[in-house]
Design a protein around this ligand. Sequence first.
Ligand code: PLP
Length: 431
Amino acid sequence: MTDTLSTARSEALFAEAQALMPGGVSSPVRAFKSVGGTPRFIERGEGAYLEDVDGNRYIDYVMSFGPLLLGHAPEAVVSAVAEQARKGTSYGAPSPLEVDLAEMIQRIYPSMERLRFVNSGTEGAMSAVRAARGFTGRNKVVKFEGHYHGHADLLLAKAGSGVATLGLPDSPGVPAAVTADTLVVPFNDEAAVRELFGREGDEIAAVLVEPIAGNMGLVRPRDGFLELLRELATEHGALLVFDEVMVGFRVHPGGAQALFGIQPDVTILGKVIGGGLPVGAYGGRADVMQMMAPDGPVYQAGTLSGNPLAMAAGLALLREVEASGAWQRAADAARETADAIQRAADAAGVPVVTDAVGAMFGFFLTDEPVTDYASAARSDKAAFARLHRLLLDRGVYLPPSPFEACFTSSAHTPEVVAEAAEAFRSAFAAL
Ligand SMILES: *Cc1c(COP(=O)(O)O)cnc(C)c1O
């Protein structure tokens, strides 16, 4: 199949990039391996749109995989970053911006009695586990199959399906010894979680969960599942860690913990809180966080942590979101887009399940409900790849994998969504 758009400059850059960087990219999914074709090299972003180096414009439903709740280059963030840059880009010393952003986050996520800024979600997850292990004096960590907590060694394990198993590393370079204490269970499997806690509960430091899964496509928790995790963790003296790096400020302004009314012991944030600059944070109960140096003996540090440019960007974005109807518009756009996909697929007779939660949505090309990794993996990946290319040709940029959630922003106006809906209709008809 040939593109109707010219992608000559992206192709040339991709060839050059592949000689310089593994896969030609700085993060694997960007290489388009699971959808085929040439990744678009981006020249600029504006509102809901991306423009590539060949001058093609796309409605962007990736939003940098989550951070851009106000769309690309919103004036509030751009001017805050420019103004801060003139005052210095990094101090290696505390600044008032960290206090302001920490106060704002804590007001919205009151479970984060103390928090610390890091540079990515990966770092936040890695540090949260270290804090939990330091606090409990235990080593075992529970995670769910298909849940992603960044690329730290011990969390790169998803293991087999069906029963609780010892985690096996997903990646060469991760020694089995490092994931030996990582216990992996299927998401939404109450019996497996109960069985695991029954057997090893008193050795478990933490249970890490994406409270709404977003890294195997969008998959909600079953009613009562997160409550069960809360109950079992408390009963066994383990910490409940919500990884809200993706869903924080998206599924609800107060994240999944506000949406479901569940208080985790530790929360990991990232993406939106950096306003498009590299930031992560972890925080939670004061007694847990007081384990961290210099208050306590658990070490964690960062040359650029709390970086003033990133703090300024995050603050500007969150202030604008609080002061405007931005979150609601982004959430409306997610629901409208999911509905448009459902209608387009129905009209073309293509089986699909769609869902939207706040300012994110997802869909699977399948006719069965998706509740865990196994059911997500049974969706039609080849059809997704074809659909992805058809949509690029029609000016809509979806995440280049069937296992990524889709993201909206306040710049996804009803007009933008209507334009996308027409592309969905035509693409599904051509599928
Ligand atoms: C993106 C993501 C991470 C990793 O964050 P990075 O900033 O890419 O390191 C961790 N957890 C979840 C749930 C994520 O979506």
